[in-house]
Every structure is written in structure tokens, then in C-alpha cells.
Design a protein around this ligand. Structure first.
Ligand code: FAD
Length: 306
């Protein structure tokens, strides 16, 4: 059977439903994440889709391969499946009648990026059926200009989905739906992930069983430019066992991850040789995987400019 966008959307709707049906667990993380997930789904289905039509090119997705926007993309695609079912209740074959073939998405090339994340953007762009506008690498411009160019390229765009969270810098006062600031090209920002914290992101992403960017597996928690991002110092493995207090809070999600193949393994993309060399050049220590860190206050400690 050929897989297309409708199949991925249906699968992601199942992942959402499956996550929401997990019974209460001991740590409380899943229960808290279920509430966050329901809220995000309501933003899409009740607030955004009543004002904007995702099936007519009015909504685009800003995608940089990071964990937050990957989580949001899974939820967005799942919600598209629900929306199409709601609109076509009486149709017998919802796959044949799914109104989209590709998701309009935009990736802005910025200062030197890890080749592993660029590769991950490409791979997932195919896997998730993104029609990805990749801003020209030879004409690096700031984000504002890049989005101005994108709107010219894709003039039906009224709104862009962003995977920003309130704990990101300058994001505390953002709202789930708002216009861009005055000095930005004018469009609506859709930010339905603001209320998620770091452990919500790890819990849902690990349960989804979707391959994540391999850099997270080796100790990155927030990925920016090559020259300004290192592995998170809080994840460095130390010899002194007494001081080594980090633990994996997501064993349940990994062991019971969505799908038939419950390998207990976290799927992650490969890391390029050039990135491996660069990462190990100044620091050969071993780091715990990114999901061992759950304190939002330390999430960006590997980002040297934030
Ligand atoms: P991250 O935490 O890595 O990114 C947060 C989210 O931004 C990602 O999940 C993704 O959805 C998006 N994003 C980040 N980098 C890229 C990229 N290279 N290509 C595509 N998407 C990306 N700032 C303002 O001051 N005023 C504005 O009106 C405003 N409008 C924006 C509209 C859009 C569509 C975007 C993407 C950003 C806008 N910003 C605006 C900038 C925003 O507030 C953040 O500064 C920026 O997204 C980088 O965030 P971060 O460093 O926290 O990166």
C-alpha cells in the first residue's frame, strides 16, 4: 500500500488518541501532558480551523526539525485528519477524499547549522509530506526578510504555525493566536504549544515512536547554530556516582511506545561524520540523552547566546 499524507495524518490522530487513553501513571507527567495535548488539539479544531482553512493554503508550518515543532507537526497532522472526517462524515473512503497532498511548510536557512539537523529536516520533510520552502542558502537573510520572501512565494498564506513555548526567550507574553509584530511581515502567528513544558515534549515525542533528530540522543536539548551550540552541560556523565543523580523519567513511554514494534529503543536519525568530529573535537565526554533533562530552566544551557 502506498503511504500518503492522509495515512500519516490518520496515524498521528491514532497516536494522539492512544496517548490520551493512557491510564493515570505514577509520575503524573503523562496526565499533565494529556491536558496540554487536549488544549493544543482544541486550539486547532475549535479556534484556528474555524477562522482559517488549512485545506486552501491559508496555513503554513514553520519547521526546523527541532523536537518542539516535530511534536506540533504530529498534532497538526492528526487534527487535519479529524477535520477532514468532520467535513466528510458521509464519505465512504476518507483517504481518497482527503483534501491535501502536501503540507505547506517553511524552513529558514540561518547561520551555519549542524548538517545532521539539515539532513533530518530533509528526511522528515519527505516522511511527513511537507512541501518545504527552503530559504536560499546562498542568500542568508534575517528571519523577518526570509518570511517576507516566503509570503511573496506563497501568497495564499494567512497564518504560520510556530512551535514556540512560553519558556523560550522573549516568549512569556505570547498568545496562541496573534498577528506578527509591527516590524515583521504581516501574518497571523499560531502558537498552540506555548503551555507545554520540557517534560511534556519528551513524554509525547518518546511515546509517539517517531524518529527524532539524533543530536538529542547524544546530549543536546536545544539546537541552534554550530558555533553557538554544545551538548547540555547538565547532561555530562560524571565518574562520581553520588553526584550522578540524573534519571530517565520516560521509561514507560519508551517501553510502551505507540505501534506494534515495542523495541524499547528510541529511534533517532544518524549523526553526520562532520558533526561527530566537531562535537568530539573539544569534549570527548559522554552525555546522557536529552530526555534525561526535564528542567525547563536548564534546557538552553547548551546555547551559548541564550
Ligand atoms: P526554537 O525554539 O528552535 O524555535 C521555535 C520555533 O520557531 C520552532 O519550533 C519553529 O516553529 C520556528 N523556527 C525556528 N527556527 C526556524 C527556522 N530556521 N525555520 C523555520 N522555522 C523556525 N519574533 C518577533 O519578535 N516578532 C514576531 O512577530 C515574530 N514572528 C515570527 C513568526 C514566525 C513564523 C517565526 C518562525 C518566528 C517569528 N519570530 C518573531 C521569531 C520567534 O519569536 C523566535 O525568535 C524564533 O522562532 C527563534 O526561536 P528560538 O530561538 O526559540 O528557536
Amino acid at each position: 500500500m502506498t503511504t500518503n499524507l492522509s495515512h500519516i495524518s490518520e496515524k498521528f490522530n491514532h497516536i494522539i488518541e492512544s496517548y490520551l487513553s493512557i491510564p493515570d501513571n505514577t509520575t503524573g507527567i503523562i496526565t499533565e501532558t494529556q491536558a496540554a495535548l487536549k488544549q493544543t488539539r482544541d486550539y486547532f479544531l475549535q479556534d484556528f480551523f474555524s477562522k482559517l482553512d488549512p485545506f486552501s493554503g491559508e496555513i503554513s508550518f514553520s519547521y526546523n526539525g527541532g523536537k518542539d515543532c516535530q511534536v506540533l507537526l504530529i498534532i497538526y497532522l492528526g487534527c487535519l485528519w479529524k477535520l477532514s472526517l468532520n467535513r466528510n462524515e458521509k464519505l465512504l473512503n476518507p483517504h481518497q477524499n482527503f483534501p491535501l497532498k502536501k503540507i505547506s511548510a517553511v524552513y529558514i536557512n540561518q547561520a551555519e547549522t549542524f548538517s545532521s539537523i539539515e539532513q533530518f529536516v530533509k528526511i522528515t520533510s519527505d516522511r511527513y509530506f511537507l512541501s518545504l520552502y527552503d530559504s536560499p542558502e546562498d542568500k542568508l537573510v534575517d528571519m523577518r526578510m526570509a518570511f517576507k520572501n516566503y509570503i511573496k512565494f506563497h501568497p495564499t498564506t494567512k497564518a504560520i504555525i510556530i512551535g514556540t513555548r512560553s519558556s523560550d526567550p522573549f516568549s512569556r507574553c505570547l498568545k496562541p493566536i496573534q498577528y506578527t509584530d509591527d516590524n515583521w511581515p504581516k501574518f497571523i502567528r499560531l502558537q498552540p504549544l506555548l503551555h507545554w513544558n520540557l517534560q511534556n515534549i519528551w513524554s509525547f515525542l518518546l511515546y509517539s515512536n517517531e524518529e527524532m533528530c539524533g543530536l538529542y540522543k547524544i546530549g543536546f536539548t536545544s539546537i541552534g547554530g554550530i558555533k553557538t551550540t554544545i551538548r547540555n552541560p547538565y547532561l555530562k556523565q560524571v565518574d562520581d556516582a553520588e553526584n550522578d543523580t540524573l534519571q530517565n523519567k520516560f521509561e514507560w513511554e519508551i517501553r510502551n511506545a505507540y505501534g506494534d514494534e515495542k523495541s524499547g529503543i528510541v529511534h533517532s536519525s544518524s549523526i553526520s561524520i562532520s558533526d561527530q568530529k566537531l562535537i568530539m573535537r573539544d569534549d570527548t565526554s559522554i552525555y546522557y540523552p536529552g530526555w534525561y533533562l526535564t528542567d525547563d530552566a536548564h534546557e538552553r544551557c547548551g546555547r551559548m547566546l541564550n
